[in-house]
Design a protein around this ligand. Structure first.
Ligand SMILES: [Zn+2]
Ligand SMILES: [Zn+2]
Ligand SMILES: [Zn+2]
Length: 322
């Protein structure tokens, strides 16, 4: 979007330079790649025979909005709410900026101030993240819909898809049910059930034909999470590609709390992460840290599984490709 526009400008500007005798060996269209240090950024032609590069510009930190591979705008409560969910957001707010500094993207966290979901602000970003919850105000929801319809990218985590509204109330005046989001965009409808306690589980990669799963092994061990089931059967939705599944068995159930036998799953085929083929989006169930609710002592990290981290980063880079 914005980035593509800037690249286009740079591209035509550099093409003009390229026809000057000393600029490069044979006239060609430069394919420009970003280069950056902790204090500067510039672009160079990817052709090793070409010595075209832009003048270095100063910036603070390893990446700035100008040279970022993509710019992420993140929402969700990092205090209060379910403390295992806000704990995940606090962790995400350290992990994403650190990866961004290494890999070249920016990360801005708005807490649960969804007023940033407007056309003007969204135009400055490539990808939106919902760490927890989602907007509940119609204008903000509509701005988000326009962003997605216009090719923007999104990743939602765990409680971002959570909704519990009776069928009869879904379309009532003042209903909190966001039809487009739950039914069309996510395709899952309401939250239905969950496992307890949060457990680390083997997740099956259903397809490697997606940037998020292309480099993953066929099965990998997740970080601990509370796993959700959904109202609608995502496998039957032609718009949805299920990427990761949880497949508990009698021998290896999901959930382990003997006081809540209904929240231990012994069978089934559960979608854990999926994409809607009509949007640059991905939902993943991850984002609930294991902790003691008595003293809130942290017992797990969402970013403790190397493969799960690869999945998230590959998803971000894949969804933001122009
Ligand atoms: Zn060149
Ligand atoms: Zn920069
Ligand atoms: Zn949870």
């Amino acid at each position: 979007m914005q980035r593509a526009f800037r690249l286009t400008i740079a591209f035509f500007a550099s093409f003009a330079l390229c026809v000057l005798p000393a600029a490069c060996k044979a006239p060609h269209r430069h394919t420009l790649l970003w280069h950056r240090t902790q204090t500067q950024h510039w672009q160079e032609c990817s052709d090793p025979a070409c010595d075209f590069r832009t003048d270095p510009e100063e910036h603070e930190g390893g990446v700035c909005k100008e040279c970022a591979e993509f710019r992420a705008l993140s929402f969700g409560f990092a205090e209060g709410g379910d403390t295992a969910h806000s704990d995940f957001a606090r962790e995400a707010n350290e992990w994403f900026p650190a990866r961004g500094a290494e890999l070249g993207f920016t990360y801005d966290f708005m807490r649960n101030d969804y007023s940033a979901l407007n056309d003007e602000t969204l135009a400055e970003y490539d990808i939106v993240l919902f760490l927890n919850d989602r907007p509940h105000v119609k204008e903000q929801q509509e701005a988000f819909e326009r962003f997605m319809e216009g090719g923007g990218a999104w990743i939602g985590f765990h409680s971002a898809a959570f909704s519990m509204v009776d069928e009869a109330d879904k379309d009532k005046e003042g209903s909190d049910y966001w039809r487009w989001y739950q039914d069309e965009f996510l395709g899952c409808g309401n939250y239905k059930n969950n496992t307890w306690n949060p457990t680390s589980e083997p997740l099956t990669v259903e397809t490697h034909e997606h940037p998020a799963t292309a480099t993953l092994p066929d099965v990998f061990l997740s970080a601990p999470c509370e796993w959700y089931g959904w109202e609608y059967d995502l496998f039957q939705n032609p718009d949805i590609t299920v990427l990761l599944t949880l497949n508990p068995t009698q021998e290896d159930p999901a959930g382990d709390n003997p006081h809540k036998p209904n929240e231990i799953w012994h069978d089934g085929h559960y979608p854990i992460a999926w994409a809607n083929n009509n949007y640059n989006m991905l939902y993943t169930n991850m984002g609930h840290n294991l902790q003691s609710y008595n003293d809130f002592e942290k017992e797990s990290k969402t970013f403790s599984s190397e493969e799960q981290c690869t999945f998230l980063l590959d998803a971000m880079f894949g969804l933001t490709l122009d």
